[in-house]
Design a protein around this ligand. Sequence first.
Ligand code: G3P
Ligand code: CA
Length: 231
Amino acid sequence: MLVIAHRGASGYAPENSHSAICRALEMNVDAIEIDLHSVEGELLVIHDRWLHRTTQARGQLKDYTLAQLREIDAGDGKPIPTLWEVLQLVDGRCDLNLELKCEHTLIPTLKNLDQAVNALNFTPNQFLISSFNHHLLNESVSLQPKFATGALIASCPIDYAAFAQQLGCYAIHLDIDFINQAFVDDAKARGLKVFVYTVDEESDIRYLEELGVDGIFSNYPDKALRAVKRL
Ligand code: G3P
Ligand code: CA
């Protein structure tokens, strides 16, 4: 079962910050998940479009220019990172899951990933593009099938796995509240990987391992690695 650092090692450092990515790399995680918003064609690594939860700033991303946003502290004394900065920092040392949080993120993400494959130490199969916006995933598969996609879902509708399979997804990413054995078996029979968020409790980790889940997103990836006996 893969261990994916959720928003970096966000239990130990401000989420989606340079420090959270570094902490996750130190833990030798399998992958790091980050959230992406687009501003003036640039990709910022931040979860919310509102700034107040994770920074000292007020208002929304759209209220600022990119240059102004780059002055804002992400909580670790460093600016809100760009996708390219994270790609340079990780440089192929683990896989990356890019969660597209809003429209206009797909095209610049694909450009960044292509550039990372050409100029850094990544291979295309180290990237997984995910989103709750399944239109973006559909577009991603048609534009750039070499990058795998993961369909995020926060509920458990009937035939969801069939839908993700039709979309050409590599994986489905489910909330732990909605997972069960029948769903995992159905998804796997359709050739889909199953990743579950957000998993921080040891008993949950063991339960998901028993279900045969392929990966978990954790804010405490070191705890998760210990629980799956890899630390
Ligand atoms: O990608 C898994 C998980 O991060 C999705 O939900 O709200 O934490 O971005 P959220
Ligand atoms: Ca996320």
